[in-house]
Write a protein that binds this ligand. Structure first.
Ligand SMILES: C[S@@+](CC[C@H](N)C(=O)[O-])C[C@H]1O[C@@H](n2cnc3c(N)ncnc32)[C@H](O)[C@@H]1O
Length: 265
């Protein structure tokens, strides 16, 4: 018989994985710029429908939405519960949310400009706490514990299952090293370590944005892999021309795991 290997410290492994990817936390200003991009809602409608179809709000009075952005989920959830607390560290994102609240005359969404690692003691605990696509943080174990502690009944997150469609293929095409960011295995294991029973589902993959032209694609590829040589640019153009599926569009072309669990109450 061989001895059992030592238990895996998933929190430490997650931090090591982030380091290996060269991850640096994004400042709120990086999200402010994105909030200004038009068409956020239209591009994310499929995602929001898929998320809301899986979110159990039966008997729920209040919801906390962490990393709420311009309110893709807070707004429809507010139509179904008494109170929503919407938290984000980006003033630009919260301005987008406030504009929608004013436009639609909504009186049951309370925005909070706070970060994952700020003090949330002023924010009321809610029946359900959600964090949709907002958990790429330096300390995932701490963020999950915080979300869990703020939910009386259930918590729910989405986490990427892998890089967005096309990235791995492009890395191989260009012969570039590419370390994917940590995926949904980390929160699942961390929740098990916390004594929770995570339930996992998978949201359907949205179709790529076929409208993107070769020049836009080249810009995106350079933002991911750095400057391209003329020969590499030619390979990317050929890849673009080979199929309308060969795009890294702005659409959420990532497969998201939908993970929820019952909290301690
Ligand atoms: C991809 S958007 C998701 C928005 C919304 N939850 C959705 O699914 O459409 C990520 C959001 O998380 C917010 N966010 C990222 N890091 C954060 C942090 N450390 N603290 C608070 N909010 C954060 C960003 O400002 C942004 O609004």
């Amino acid at each position: 018989m061989t001895a059992l290997p030592p238990p895996i410290d998933h929190a430490a492994r997650y931090r090591q994985h982030l380091q290996a990817c060269g991850y640096t936390p994004k400042p709120a200003s990086a999200w402010d710029a994105r909030a200004a991009q038009s068409g956020w809602k239209r591009r994310h409608d499929d995602y929001s429908d898929a998320f809301l179809a899986r979110l159990d709000l039966r008997g729920v009075d209040s919801v906390l939405d962490v990393g709420c952005g311009p309110g893709l989920l807070s707004l429809p959830i507010a139509a179904r519960v008494r109170q929503v607390h919407a938290l984000d560290y980006s003033p630009g994102m919260l301005d987008g949310l406030r504009a929608a609240i004013a436009r639609d005359g909504i009186d049951n969404i309370q925005p909070w400009q706070l970060a994952w690692d700020d003090d949330w003691s002023a924010v009321p605990r809610c029946d359900v706490a959600i964090a949709s696509r907002s958990l790429m943080v330096p300390d995932l174990a701490q963020a999950l514990a915080k979300l869990d502690a703020h939910a009386r009944r259930r918590a729910c997150i989405t986490f990427a299952t892998g890089p967005r469609a096309g990235v791995t293929e492009l890395a191989a095409l260009l012969g570039r090293a590419w370390i994917p960011m940590p995926d949904h295995r980390y929160p699942i294991n961390l929740l098990l370590d916390m004594g929770r029973e995570p339930r996992v589902d998978y949201l359907p993959l949205s179709p790529p944005d076929r409208e993107r032209d070769a020049e836009e694609l080249l810009q995106q590829v350079e933002s991911l892999f750095g400057e391209l040589t003329p020969a590499e640019q030619q390979s990317v153009r050929a890849w673009h021309a080979a199929s309308p599926d060969n795009r890294l569009g702005l659409a959420p072309t990532r497969r998201w795991a939908f993970i929820w669990w019952e909290t301690a109450g």
